[in-house]
Design a protein around this ligand. Structure first.
Ligand code: FEO
Ligand code: CA
Ligand code: CA
Length: 639
């Protein structure tokens, strides 16, 4: 989601240890001057291993290199998807399309007059993270797709001119996750209707709370005195896909759904709860979102939720061991010994990067054999030091400052208050960590730091080595390599790129470096052959202006990280954000999500309101959608 209206939290007031602060401008020269050649020397070429980051595809499918071979596209300002020569883009699954529930497949009504019940059987709004789960290899599979938020001006026929319980119900039904069955059909793909796998998970779907915070006093509510069953998931941003076949969906800016008290306590304040903060106005018709009356409901959001896409009757599980955050994504990989490692960014200004390492190794047998794998393990927060090394600091109750004396009664409280724990431990306050991804071949881990205009401003944290630019409007991609295996507690790091200013990003890089300009990197995924895909989310108020004067639309780029080459692969329709990516296992089909086409500066305004400027994809109301990208010659994408 673009962050135009200060709906992103900005609630980290701590002055963490300054060990990683850059007071020596020379350090910045060293960092940049080292460039990619130095990084290559540091990390060395990775060996092929069997530890794929995702479930669906073997690492480095035979004969495929990282080389990118398509003809890059020029930046564009139109209301269409621009793909390279020889490629085609087919709209597959738009907001309002039926998900495929047998006997319940309401057609989308262009005037948005579908009921809340209809919406619960249709694609939600504003697609985000996504993963492909094969049923028949690259011919047929399931797509799990996040629906991050609603733009209520578009969702209802008369927008927000009136507000009612029915509108809240429809908005809640338009949030969450879709599971759809998709299959090849002729030259393209289609959604299988109906499908026995089809499912909508919404803001009202019952889900189990598991791990150390389950049943904790801070998780108990009047409706759930056990503190173990929550209703729904929302603001599902990026995602993860586990090697045991499940989908991870991440609850990001949950604070905006709760109306807080006039005088929030320290915990509420640290998590952005405030009076007037109930932006989505659900609290006006559903009391659990009134945090004055039900303060603990707030603690039951901000988690990573695990979903078994193969079983539409399964109960999603909130995995509290992974910590609470404005969670962006949950990139999952395995150590050589089979432990699960989950990397997570918390997208808010001056928040943190996390990693979870499971106690146990994954067992063969899919989810049935690994139902508690994400319930036991250690959560860490990252500290990036000025010398290019870093350390993972454990969020373990009783260790260091994480004791009752500092407000952490037990491990459950450490996890519910992950931010406060990270403040105490001295994690590095980052420039809005969005997606993370693990290169399955080299084991380098990448994270997008999308931007942070507050960096270095009066009263705000100063620049540091990892976040080296004041008023950082363009963002950067940071990467690290763990010492030893992925469960190592020390690492070395560098920037892949400081985005935006062409005099900075590739400064010092050696060899055949060339690249297209971009800013505000957000979606990020290393595919099974090692190509790094970068998706951008420049906010609507900024596109085409100021530092973004030459970037009127959002885009997706491909990078060969061994060469440092970054090439524009596609440009999205006007006002959209490009977010969400998956590929079929043969890498001949790519799925990409385009969110909030035509988003207006006021976001929730009615479709006719000034500033709404897209009719993508079909004319009429703009609709977020999943698009299938293939090559006319059916070749491998990107080569
Ligand atoms: Fe939902 Fe941080 O983007
Ligand atoms: Ca995002
Ligand atoms: Ca974003």
């Amino acid at each position: 989601m673009a962050k135009d209206f200060d709906r992103m939290e900005d609630s980290n007031p701590t002055a963490n240890p300054s060990i990683h602060d850059v007071s020596d401008p020379g350090r910045r020269v060293v960092l940049r001057g080292g460039g990619l050649a130095a990084v290559a020397a540091l990390f060395g070429p990775g060996a092929l291993t069997a530890c794929a980051g995702t479930a669906n595809t073997p690492v480095n499918p035979a004969g495929l290199g990282r080389d990118i071979g398509f003809k890059g596209v020029a930046m564009a300002a139109g209301d269409t998807v621009v793909v390279p020569e020889g490629y085609r883009a087919q709209v597959l699954y738009r907001w309002g399309d039926p998900v495929g529930l047998a006997g319940q497949m309401p057609a989308f009504r262009p005037d948005a007059s579908n009921s809340a019940a209809d919406q619960a059987a249709q694609a939600g709004m504003h697609h985000d993270g996504m993963a492909y789960f094969p049923l028949d290899g690259a011919r047929r599979g399931l797509l799990a797709i996040n629906h991050e938020y609603t733009d209520d001006g578009l969702l209802h026929t008369d927008g927000m001119k009136t507000w009612s319980a029915e509108k809240v119900a429809k908005a809640m039904a338009a949030h969450g996750v879709s599971v759809i069955e998709v299959e090849r059909a002729g030259d393209g793909w289609k959604t299988v209707l109906p499908s026995r796998y089809a499912r909508r998970i919404t803001a009202r779907t019952p889900m189990r709370i598991a791990g150390p915070a389950a049943g904790h006093a801070m998780m108990k509510t009047a409706a759930d005195p056990t503190g173990t069953m929550a209703l729904g998931t929302f603001n599902n941003c990026a995602n993860g896909q586990t090697p045991w076949g499940t989908y991870l969906t991440c609850e990001e800016n949950f604070a905006n759904y709760f109306e807080g008290p006039e005088q929030p306590d320290a915990h509420q304040k640290r998590w952005g709860l405030k009076k007037g903060g109930g932006f989505y106005r659900w609290h006006e018709h559903e009391e659990r979102f009134d945090a004055v009356k039900h303060p603990n409901e707030f603690n039951r959001f901000g988690w990573v939720v695990e979903i078994d896409p193969m079983d539409p009757a399964s109960t999603p599980v909130k995995r509290s061991a992974l910590g609470r955050a404005a969670h962006e994504g949950a990139a999952t990989a395995l150590t050589a010994g089979g432990k699960a490692v989950v990397y997570m960014g918390e997208d808010a200004r001056f928040e943190y990067i996390y990693k979870f390492v499971s106690r146990d190794a994954m067992k063969p047998g899919g989810f049935a054999a690994n139902r508690e794998l994400l319930d036991h393990g250690t959560l860490y927060v990252a500290r990036f030091d000025v010398d290019g090394t870093g350390e993972w600091l454990p969020l373990v109750h009783g260790q260091g400052p994480l004791t009752a004396a500092h407000g952490f009664a037990d491990q459950g409280e450490v996890l519910i208050k992950s931010r406060q724990a990270s403040d105490k431990l001295g994690g590095t306050k980052m420039d809005r960590p969005e997606w993370t991804t693990v290169d399955p071949i080299s084991k380098q881990v990448y994270c997008t730091l999308t931007n942070n205009a507050s960096r270095g401003q009066a009263g705000q944290p100063y620049m540091d080595a990892a976040n080296p630019r004041a008023n950082n409007t363009m963002g950067q991609i940071i990467r690290w390599k763990e010492q030893g295996d992925l469960d190592g507690v020390k690492f070395t790091w560098d920037h892949l790129v400081l985005a935006g200013d062409p005099t900075l990003p590739r400064e010092g890089a050696k060899g055949n470096i060339r690249g297209d300009t971009f800013g505000s990197p957000d979606g990020l995924w290393v595919d099974p052959r090692g190509v790094l895909w970068i998706q951008t989310d420049v906010s609507t108020s900024t596109l085409g202006k100021g530092d973004y004067v030459n970037l009127p639309n959002n885009q997706m780029l491909a990078c060969d990280p061994t060469k440092g080459e970054i090439r524009r692969f596609l440009v999205g329709p006007a006002g959209c954000e490009v977010t969400g990516i998956a590929m079929a296992p043969d890498l001949r089909t790519m799925f990409v999500n385009f969110q909030h086409p035509g988003e207006s500066p006021s976001e929730r305004s009615d479709p006719e309101a000034p500033g709404r400027y897209s009719n993508w994809p079909d004319g009429g109301r703009p609709r977020s959608a999943t698009v299938v990208i293939t090559r006319s010659d059916a070749g491998v994408i990107g080569t």
